[in-house]
Write a protein that binds this ligand. Structure first.
Ligand code: SF4
Length: 379
């Protein structure tokens, strides 16, 4: 890709399994507006895996020194089975060589037993586990296909991973209205040290039905409660990426994720059939919004330059802030919001984030908290 037009792809979410053993109520893949997963192969086959790796390696070679991080994802990636998983990882490591920046797997951990933990350790694959907190919070959304909560099984998987000494990060979806501090203390009681919080992916069209009954800025209140519990514990070995971004942004730093707006999307998606898609959270908005029309079977990653203009602008971070954001004093910090949170059927991406009030409250909180800390830091 030509420099200055679109940055090279630095992250790939590789869908190695299409279905999932859970049926989370908020899942944008299975319970959103998009049904294409039904038409994909259930698992990625070896020939397709080799093709994906060849395309990614070629993309890196076009940018001397460029490396790509790969996240193995689904559906539920551990449904691949250990034998296939091992072969897939070997294919990736052999084909990418030192072009591979990171390799991790994002799982609900329901299938993660001691044998899986040992394999992941042996293969040096780092681990993201989706866990929303105590059972009463996690099980309200994260249920299996029989409607049963999954928290106990996920926690058991997490314990296997921690016992094996794996590098584990917990991915926790914010539940507005819930006590975030309790979620933090629960995760810390399990000795989790790396946590990321995600605001729920929801477009404007669906937000009122899901969250309109809550007090204003309830997601911010949850996250402020997390932040207070985190600061009270005062353990520098505990890292919360979302909150680190909030504090860093008000100090003039750059975000480490695309959870806020204003930059390129941090990854593209490659499906089990080789289809190249933009950020899959766009599926929460409308069917096909992430469609590039490209497939690694026929196209290089650089062919994204010829993708539809909307896709190019989404990936390249070239969609301007919404008109309503341009005079906002937080525009430099917020960047206008995460793209899937800006979407409505009527106005496309010309909206502030559905979490605008929460974002403003969080930044205001971070400034106040930092100001309160200044005398301590100067002592
Ligand atoms: S805080 Fe709200 S209005 Fe301001 S830039 Fe962000 S989304 Fe736009």
């Amino acid at each position: 890709m030509a420099a200055g037009v679109m940055p090279p792809v630095s992250g790939v979410v590789l869908k190695v399994v299409a279905p999932c053993n859970l049926d989370c109520r908020y899942c944008y893949v299975y319970n959103g507006h998009d049904t294409r997963w039904r038409d994909r192969p259930a698992v990625i086959d070896e020939a397709m895996a080799r093709q994906v790796v060849a395309r990614l390696a070629r993309h890196c070679d076009a940018w001397p020194g460029h490396r790509i991080g790969i996240c193995l994802h689904g559906g539920e990636p551990l449904m691949l089975g250990r034998r296939r998983f091992r072969r897939l990882v070997e294919t990736i490591r052999e084909g990418m060589g030192d072009r591979l920046a990171t390799l991790n797997v994002q799982t609900n951990a329901v299938l993660l037993d001691r044998a899986w933990a040992e394999l992941l350790g042996e293969l040096n694959v780092s681990l993201g586990i989706s866990l929303d907190g105590p059972a009463e919070i996690h099980d309200a959304e994260r249920v299996d296909h029989r409607g049963r909560g999954s928290q106990l099984r996920t926690v058991a998987g997490l314990r296997h991973a921690l016992d094996a000494g794996l590098d584990v990060s917990v991915l926790c979806v914010v539940k507005p209205g819930a006590p975030g501090g309790d979620v933090y203390r629960f995760l810390r009681s399990l000795d989790v040290r790396h946590i990321d919080f995600l605001l729920p992916d929801v477009p404007h069209d669906d937000w009122p039905a899901r969250f309109g009954h809550l007090p204003p800025a309830a997601a911010a209140d949850y996250l402020i409660d997390v932040a207070e519990a985190w600061l009270a514990e005062d353990d520098t070995g505990v890292f919360i990426r979302f909150l680190s971004d909030v504090f860093g942004l008000v100090l003039g730093g750059s975000p480490r994720t695309d959870a806020f707006g204003g930059g390129p999307m941090s990854y593209v998606v490659i499906e089990t059939d080789g289809a190249i898609l933009a950020n899959d959270a766009l599926r929460s908005c409308a069917q096909g919004l992430d469609e590039t029309g490209l497939n690694v079977a026929a196209h290089d990653i650089d062919a994204l330059l010829g993708a539809p203009p909307l896709i190019r602008d989404l990936i390249g971070g070239a969609i301007p802030p919404a008109a309503a954001c341009r005079s906002c004093p937080e525009l430099a910090t917020c960047g206008g919001g995460y793209m899937p949170h800006r979407y409505s059927r009527a106005r496309g991406f010309d909206n502030p984030s559905v979490w605008c009030a929460d974002i403003r409250k969080l930044f205001a909180y971070a400034r106040e908290r930092l100001a309160a800390q200044t005398p301590l830091a100067a002592e």
